[in-house]
Design a protein around this ligand. Structure first.
Ligand SMILES: [Zn+2]
Length: 119
């Protein structure tokens, strides 16, 4: 799902994409300047190796995600308190954003239930 950034207005633009067992559902809304606000919920399961026993397990995910997308280079003026993702071609691919969120979660430290209970 490709979004042309300059077409995003103050009226929230809903989106919903799925990847494997994860649903990424939320909206985009024009914030001001070059910035577009993204607010979404990430829910479902992510399969990843346990960081304790290396056994693959399914981790339940239920996370609120919010960040800004900048249409072009973003010059930080310290007035915003969210992460900013820059787009250099005037558009964003929601699937790509979902993919990087999944990578981010996978890179955190997580143990499977069995390891959690034995601690
Ligand atoms: Zn484990």
């Amino acid at each position: 799902m490709k979004i042309i950034l300059r077409r995003v207005t103050k009226t929230p633009l809903d989106f919903e994409v799925k990847s494997d067992e994860i649903t990424f559902k939320g909206y985009l809304e024009y914030h001001g300047g070059k910035l577009i606000l993204l607010k979404a919920k990430l829910s479902g399961f992510i399969s990843k190796p346990c960081d304790t026993c290396a056994e693959e397990f399914k981790m339940p995910v239920n996370e609120d995600v919010s960040f800004f997308i900048s249409d072009g280079i973003f010059e930080d003026d310290n007035s915003i308190d969210l992460d900013v993702v820059e787009s250099f071609n005037g558009e964003v691919e929601i699937e790509e954003l979902l993919h990087s969120e999944i990578q981010l979660i996978k890179s955190d430290y997580h143990s499977c239930d069995e390891c959690k209970h034995s601690n």
